[in-house]
Write a protein that binds this ligand. Structure first.
Ligand code: GDP
Length: 202
């Protein structure tokens, strides 16, 4: 299930502009700074493929990467820029929700959550919305290698994950699959690729 080939295909500013050839797609979404670019680089074992825009306020784009000539890894704009103007945040909502609800080729949303800190309000909002709308998804916890000193009330990644799952459980009929990852140790990389490989063949 390894990635042999990864090719940037296009950026789209609306769902209608996304590629139309029907490959199954897996969409990465998460708060800015969650570790998305690092995870993508760890998955493809190559630097600088992610090409995610770090600048809040820039045009929000859906980026399609064709993997092994058989499926798309889709990079969605990050949410939760504290300094982004309200208009940009509203645009994120309309734009990404349209994608989640109307993109036929979407097989699974991979929602990235930073396990090294307690989940933010905006993560819980996003997870709640996906659950309520029954969008097929999996939780991908990032930075699981990061263990802060336990003083100051810091918790271990496992504890943050446990707390998060308790907060969102009631919004899901079944607990979605979840994978613990680290781009530093490559923990979870094979598990995530296997999960994708299994789903894309249905
Ligand atoms: P993005 O904004 O979601 O694309 O996040 P980045 O991939 O740029 O990562 C944000 C910050 O978190 C950077 O300083 C990374 O070095 C750090 N980071 C990302 N992934 C990991 C991880 O798995 N472990 C640790 N310890 N740090 C990480």
């Amino acid at each position: 299930a390894q990635i042999e080939q990864a090719e940037f295909i296009k950026s789209s500013s609306r769902v209608e502009e996304c590629p139309m050839n029907g490959y199954p797609e897996f969409a990465l979404v998460g708060r800015s700074n969650v570790g998305k670019s690092s995870l993508v680089n760890s998955l493809v074992r190559r630097k600088q493929l992610a090409m995610t825009s770090k600048k809040p306020g820039k045009t929000q784009l859906i980026n399609h990467f064709l993997i092994n000539n058989s499926w798309y890894l889709v990079d969605l704009p990050g949410y939760g820029y504290a300094i982004a103007p309200r208009a940009v945040r509203t645009e994120w909502n309309a734009f990404t929700k349209d994608y989640f609800l109307n993109r036929k080729a979407l097989v699974c949303v991979l929602l990235l959550i930073d396990a090294s800190i307690p989940a933010k309000e905006i993560d819980i909002e996003c997870a709640t919305w996906l659950g309520q709308n029954q969008i097929p998804m999996a939780f991908v916890f990032t930075k699981c290698d990061k263990r802060k000193k336990r003083k100051n009330g810091n918790k271990r990644p496992e504890e943050n994950i446990y707390d998060f799952q308790n907060l969102i459980r009631e919004f899901y009929q079944e607990t979605p699959p979840w994978i613990m990852t680290s781009s530093v140790t490559n923990q979870g990389r094979d598990e995530l690729l296997l999960h994708i490989a299994q789903l894309k063949n249905y």
